[in-house]
Design a protein around this ligand. Structure first.
Ligand code: PGA
Length: 255
């Protein structure tokens, strides 16, 4: 069974006071939620402060990126050991903003995924096509390459622990959400790709949708059988909106 997962990606937002206040409001709002997991991904500098606010709550901590090495001469990078120490359970990897602005490649994402798993962090692996790729009919091809390169060297047992996030680049921060049908088509495709490698384990992998998720589109997205949660950017900075998203209805078990 796949427990729906709702993750707030705060991106480069959140000075300490703001981060603490936002985390406290999410904590309060998520307290009574059953049958779903909620996590927030503050910037690195706010992880420790947010961890304190979330102590003993149902809201988990995620990081937005990491290096694959444990330590070394990698100026500006943060390692899996550091993320574990500060209390992260999840780490977002290969977000399109990292790929687009910071030159992350599929090969780097693959190393990061393997390292995250080796350090008992759950990787949230982001894939998705650009507008140009969608318009030229390459969506499934692009996603196939990204998924294959990031994951398919893994054993089935490792694939079970991964979360995949399908985030069409044209829907991120644009207010232009994919229709539930467009998202479902790609989610099902991704699950079938995972099945090729991992057999029935693929039915256990959570596939999140990301890109302009808002309180007014969450319920329709979550009705789709292969959408197992969402990765929320802009709307996760507003506690009320994020909590409403996490309260999506109807709650439904996915098998
Ligand atoms: P958005 O961002 O919700 O602001 O579109 C999603 C993401 O980048 O994860």
């Amino acid at each position: 069974m796949r427990i729906p997962l709702i993750v707030g990606n705060w991106k480069m937002h959140g000075l300490l006071a703001e981060a603490r206040a936002l985390a406290a409001a999410v904590r309060a709002g998520a307290e009574t939620l059953n049958g779903r997991e909620v996590a927030v991904a503050p910037p690195f500098t706010a992880l420790a402060a947010v961890r304190e606010v979330l102590q003993d709550s149902a809201v988990a901590l995620a990081a937005q990126n990491m290096h694959w090495e444990e330590r070394g001469a990698f100026t500006g990078e943060v390692s899996p050991l550091m993320l574990r120490e500060v209390g992260c359970q999840f780490v977002i990897l290969g977000h399109s903003e990292r790929r687009q602005y910071f030159g992350e490649t599929d090969a780097m994402v693959e190393q990061k995924v393997r390292s995250a798993l080796a350090h008992e962090l759950v990787p949230i692996v982001c894939v998705g096509e650009t507008l140009k790729e969608r318009e030229s009919g390459q969506t499934l091809e692009v996603v196939t390459t990204q998924v294959r390169r990031a994951l398919l060297a893994l054993e089935a047992a490792a694939i079970r622990r991964v979360v995949v996030a399908y985030e069409p680049v044209w829907a991120i921060g644009t207010g232009r959400v994919a229709t539930p049908q467009q998202a479902q088509e790609v989610h099902r495709w991704i699950r079938n790709l995972l099945r090729e490698k991992a057999g029935e384990v693929a039915a256990e992998v959570r596939i999140l949708y990301g890109g302009s998720v808002k309180p007014d589109n969450i319920d329709d997205l979550m009705k789709e059988p292969d959408i197992d949660g969402v990765l929320v950017g802009g709307a996760s900075l507003d506690a009320q909106a994020f909590v409403r998203i996490a309260r999506f209805s109807p709650a439904r078990e996915r098998e």
